[in-house]
Design a protein around this ligand. Structure first.
Ligand SMILES: Nc1ncnc2c1ncn2[C@@H]1O[C@H](COP(=O)(O)OP(=O)(O)O)[C@@H](O)[C@H]1O
Ligand SMILES: [Mg+2]
Length: 258
């Protein structure tokens, strides 16, 4: 495998009983590359993300991340390896406040000496405010627990988390679906910042304008299978919709595979 590849899946498959949610997904992501994953509801996009990040155990197939085969036992393990994910159904801890959610598993310490360690709450609160500022969401009090927050606020907390750390790979599953116009624009700015920093991204989105504004390449899922893999310059929104609906099927996928 080339050093330029950050993530590769081979034959990645997930069956839920008789439901073939994901079938034989062969996918390659280059370092620094931003790829959109699109497809109708139920096409298998979120299932694909869950198999990569170890939320569920895959039926079969291989995931290679940063040069080695991985089989994450859960999303925290994927995170520790450097994959920061904003899941469609948000994985936030309801009973923790905003800074605790953002720093869960990567707490900052004033002193780090085993049992004598002292957490640096002030630094974590400041970093939280900085991260939220990037998403433009207004959260009256970051010390409130997540439980009482709106969908948009929760989404922004999760996105602020990805914007607060340098990860090897960021995955966002429909990050702006619950957001207003202003927050959506801010999230798109965060994505542009990741691009400028050379950090790779998988973006699941239904928003064609957003997809064509932001990414380098577009993958289409249909009925659990990848049915198209197109560089942005080689396609247009109408073409992508034709693949999503099944009006178009074709050999393009094989021709443009990296
Ligand atoms: N936990 C589950 N148990 C059974 N079926 C599931 C489960 N999760 C997803 N599915 C099914 O797998 C298919 C793909 O779902 P999903 O990956 O959520 O699609 P998408 O994210 O593209 O909308 C759908 O038919 C869905 O109903
Ligand atoms: Mg989904």
């Amino acid at each position: 495998m080339s050093d330029d590849i950050i993530l590769e899946t081979r034959g990645l498959t997930k069956h839920y009983g008789g439901v073939h949610a994901l079938e034989d997904a062969d996918f390659v992501l280059q370092r620094g590359e931003h790829v959109a994953v699109v497809g109708d509801n139920g096409a298998g996009k979120s299932t694909f993300v869950r198999q990569i990040t170890g939320v569920e155990q895959k039926t079969r197939g291989t995931v290679i991340f940063d040069g080695r085969e991985v089989d994450f036992k859960g999303p925290l393990e994927a995170r520790e390896a450097g994959i920061e994910t904003v899941f469609q159904t948000l994985a936030l801890a309801d009973d923790l406040d905003v800074p605790d959610n953002i720093f869960l598993g990567r707490e900052l310490f004033k002193v780090k000496l085993g049992p004598f360690s002292i957490l640096d709450y002030k630094a974590m609160r400041q970093a939280t405010l900085d991260g939220l500022q990037k998403t433009a969401v207004k959260i009256p009090n970051i010390r409130n627990t997540i439980r009482n927050m709106s969908g948009g606020q929760r989404q922004c907390v999760a996105i602020a988390r990805t914007a607060s750390f340098h990860s090897k790979l960021t995955i966002m599953d429909e990050p702006t679906a619950a957001l207003g116009v202003q927050e959506t624009a801010q999230v798109e700015n965060i994505i542009r910042t990741l691009k400028a920093a050379g950090e790779p991204l998988i973006l699941i989105s239904h928003n064609m304008r957003q997809v064509f504004d932001l990414v380098d390449r577009i993958i289409v899922f249909r009925r659990g299978r990848i049915c198209a893999n197109l560089k942005k310059q080689e396609t247009d929104p109408q073409d992508i919709v034709a693949y999503i609906t099944g009006a178009k099927t074709g050999p393009e996928y094989m021709e443009t595979a990296v």
